[in-house]
Design a protein around this ligand. Structure first.
Ligand SMILES: [Fe+2]
Length: 417
């Protein structure tokens, strides 16, 4: 029986209009520490400008709710349909992703006016009760919360390339000091995983709920720390092919990786700028390949996503997330299984594929998740940049195995037989 406990009233329990306005404001507040120049830069094709995130999340409501449902809705600017479509083929052509940083106009002020225009039109739609699309509005809000995390990931990458190592926000220092690593055994067996239809909101890729066979396994009580990862590096981890998947070894050599992203000599670049590394902090910004190599070096393995989900049934669904303000993983604290939620997205050994019985929703929204089900790996649990009321035990994040700019980290598992 699941024992998920929440500490405070989650935002999804607020009436829809309150929640809508709260999420919209949160996005804008994340952009506030940034100058218009900061908000315009695109540091690599995978990362988008802050300004683009502000506009694209707005485009989502305009495209999927306002235009289809309000016959007298006046688009803020018809050209935005092309500019701020991300990847929806069914909606039409779009500006190439790697060139999002070339859009100096519209400027930040105009994008904020676009946001106000759409927010007020959406508020009218919600208030009028004319919309029978509560689920679609919820999807738009969870979509926007995904982009809140992306704003932080992407600006961190951009600021990290500035030799002055600018600060996004001052550090809120952790109060926790770390714990020794323990193991918790799980018997496994025939279990049910995935999101059950009819419960609270979930993305389509989290269901349907289905049976899964799990052999006995053990899970590490906490995340792998920077100190433990340093031992892997000191033992020649990045120079010894025996720990690496073939594709990972190729990338280590092509890209000259010698440490996680954002590591410097003794320091680490964070959203609070460059500062000394702390041995007890969870290691972060590693790729799947690095997570896998570390696990092999340690004589362990990465958990499968069904194992992670089974273990999460017994933990509190809370942790160091966006709302805690650290914007960086913090050392472990407490007894038993900790850090399952928050701190870092945990790489699993599971490829991102459809669950048995999965069907994409009809229409353009069907492109949201389903079409990415190849060549990516699943990550679980949310991170220090994930909004608290955005995460669930069944949540399946996914990234290519060489990606490092999200807050990705490591929890070890092992077989028990
Ligand atoms: Fe999006």
């Amino acid at each position: 029986m699941s024992k998920l406990i929440t500490r405070s009233v989650p935002a999804h329990a607020l009436p829809l209009l309150d929640r809508f306005r709260t999420v919209r404001r949160q996005t804008e507040s994340l952009a506030e520490p940034l100058s218009p120049e900061d908000q315009t830069i695109q540091s690599m094709p995978d990362a988008s400008p802050t300004k683009w995130h502000l506009a694209h999340t707005t485009w989502f409501f305009e495209t999927f709710l306002l235009k289809p449902q309000l016959p007298d809705y006046r688009p803020f600017d018809p050209a935005y349909e092309y500019l701020f479509n991300s990847y929806y083929e069914a909606i039409g052509p779009r500006h190439p992703r790697p060139q999002r940083g070339m859009i100096t106009r519209p400027g930040v002020e105009e994008i904020l006016a676009y946001r106000r225009h759409v927010t007020e039109a959406m508020a009218g739609l919600i208030e009028s009760n004319r919309s029978n699309s509560t689920e679609l509005i919820e999807l738009g809000l969870h979509h926007e919360q995904q982009h809140q995390e992306l704003i932080l990931m992407d600006i961190k990458h951009a600021l990290s390339l500035n030799p002055l190592f600018p600060t996004y926000a001052p550090e809120r220092a952790p109060t926790t000091t770390g714990t020794t690593l323990g193991w918790i055994d799980f018997e496994g067996g025939l279990i049910e995983v995935g999101h059950a239809a009819g419960q609270d909101f979930a993305f389509d890729n989290e269901g349907p709920r289905h049976r899964s066979w799990i052999d006995p396994f053990a899970l590490a009580t906490r995340l792998v720390t920077c100190g433990e990862y340093q031992a892997f590096i000191d033992d020649g981890g990045y120079r010894r092919a025996e720990f690496w998947l073939s594709a990972g070894w190729d990338i280590v050599n092509q890209r000259g990786w010698q440490a996680p992203a954002y590591w410097h000599e003794d320091g680490v670049f964070t959203l609070a700028g460059l500062r000394p590394r702390r041995a007890e902090e969870p290691v972060c910004h590693v790729s799947f390949y690095e997570a896998s190599a570390f696990a092999k070096w340690a004589g362990k393995r990465l958990p499968r996503e069904e194992e992670w989900e089974l273990a999460s049934n017994d933990v509190m669904l809370d942790g160091n997330m966006l709302d805690s303000g650290h914007l960086h993983p913090t050392p472990a604290n407490g007894e038993g299984l900790v850090q399952m939620i928050g701190d870092v997205w945990e790489w699993t050994a599971s490829p991102y594929v459809a669950y048995p019985g999965y069907r994409e929703p009809p229409g353009a929204i069907g492109e949201y998740n389903g079409k990415f089900m190849a060549s990516q790996m699943v990550l679980r649990g949310g991170c220090a940049a994930t909004p608290r009321d955005h995460i669930r035990a069944t949540y399946r994040n996914f990234f290519p195995p060489d990606a490092r700019w999200m807050f990705g980290g490591i929890r070890l598992a092992e077989d028990l037989r």
